[in-house]
Ligand binder design. Sequence first.
Ligand code: GTP
Ligand code: MG
Length: 358
Amino acid sequence: MGVEDRIEELEEKLQKTPVNKATEKERGRIKSQIAKLKEKKQKLAKGTGDTSGYAVEKRGDATVALVGFPSVGKSTLLNELTNAEVDTGAYEFTTLEVNPGMLKHKGANIQILDVPGLIGGAADGRGGGTQVLSVVRNADLILIVLDPEEMREKEITDEVYKAGLRMNKKPPNVRVEKKDRGGINVSSTVDLDIQEDTIQDLMYENGYTNAEVIIREDLGLDRFIDALMDNRKYLPGIKVINKADMIDDRSEFDEYDLLISAETGEGLGELRDMIFEKMGLLRVYMKEKNEEPDKDEPLILREGDTIEDALEFLPGDMKDRFKHARVTGPSSKFPEQKVGLEHELEDEDILQLTLRHI
Ligand SMILES: Nc1nc2c(ncn2[C@@H]2O[C@H](COP(=O)(O)OP(=O)(O)OP(=O)(O)O)[C@@H](O)[C@H]2O)c(=O)[nH]1
Ligand SMILES: [Mg+2]
């Protein structure tokens, strides 16, 4: 039996299994088997798939992937946000390859990838979906573009989910440590909904015989299985409704991040800011002693980055010659605060380095 048939069979079995405590172990096992088979299938598809036209080098400080059904206006949006000039059209599947463009915002170079429109079944390989989704996987942010006249939102988010991508979710707070003996030991800092023997079973199912499992959040079966799979990717996402110029009743779309119009330019300023912020990008202005900071070309870092991370982006030997830094701005307690390598930087900090002479 092929991988596909086996998945189908298991999915049918799962549907027939009632959801209650008594069946939890069984459901866990089926879900875990499905997850593993899907991973296998994706690997197989990758091995044979034709990726020509899809291989795009990552450039700039961060990458955004535009995801949506055909004709929602992805290419029009790419052209408006970046230097790109790609074809757009009133018919579906105008775009058949990945088109990159560069958005310059707040001193950052943000690469935007317009990928071919997704279709239902994309995660299973329909319409070149596997390749499209592998481009999305490599991005730092997913920008879902929806058409107000034909939302089909769940179809899109389902494909993204099935490809192992988890949008706006933190990785599960689960730690697994392999041991030499002692079986599977589960400990948790919160009350757990899943039963302990279900967890043990899932661990065996995934090839562990001796391990310590520490769980720090109350999670369901799916999220626990996510914690055991290597191919899950957690990344930020934004959902926008395009073609705002065509909408009569805007209140219907209150739950979305933003209403935009790639045609009239409405909302695009806010979208640029939102992209920058959601990716957790920071601007750090470098300054030489007794000089003004360089505000035109900030160093672009990520939330949580330290002085040590900043040094990685600077010319070679600065790290070896580092003595200390002085920071003025949101992360400093007072101007020109003297700090070391582990100091965390914030957006719009001014950074001055003192280096050893060699
Ligand atoms: N009214 C209106 N039409 C828009 C807007 N943005 C795009 N369109 C139109 O929608 C149609 C599809 O736009 P594209 O940018 O080609 O859509 P796409 O998502 O790239 O489509 P595929 O490449 O086929 O996946 C074109 O006729 C655009 O002119 C908008 O904000 N408002
Ligand atoms: Mg297009």
